[in-house]
Design a protein around this ligand. Structure first.
Ligand code: AMP
Length: 113
């Protein structure tokens, strides 16, 4: 996708603080962190949201979660972290390339806002 921000980060065309990569995923720090650890895990291939990725490439969908767990563990929060997929503009999705938020390092209230 030529105009996709996260495709450009995956391609190295836009800088990001990458913390972990796997065969099918890239994890980088969110530019506007909402917790001491706030990392986005994205598939290298473009899918608009979590459901599209799960339907089109279920193995990468699972790898996204494995990568998120590895990131949380590497940051010292392997037992307590939150994973979030915002899906659709009404739920707060602003970048339409699947991304799994990894949030940790502070008390995380429930329900979320
Ligand atoms: P969402 O609102 O769920 O679509 O999440 C998109 C996230 O991408 C937000 O938390 C933004 O802060 C983050 N973001 C936007 N631009 C960048 C960027 N260039 N590098 C890293 N994170 C970004």
């Amino acid at each position: 996708m030529d105009d996709c921000l996260f495709c450009k980060i995956v391609a190295g065309e836009i800088p990001a603080e990458v913390v972990h990569t796997t065969e099918r995923t890239v994890a980088f720090r969110d530019v506007n962190p909402q917790a001491p650890t706030h990392v986005l895990v994205v598939p290298k291939d473009h899918y608009a949201d979590a459901a599209a990725l799960a339907a089109g490439d279920p193995e990468t969908s699972a790898e996204l979660v494995r990568t998120a767990a590895a990131v949380a563990t590497a940051e010292g929060h392997g037992a307590d972290y939150r994973l979030v997929f915002n899906t659709g503009a009404g739920a707060g999705q602003t970048v339409f390339h699947t991304h799994l938020h990894v949030l940790a390092g502070r008390d995380l209230g429930w329900p979320p806002g």
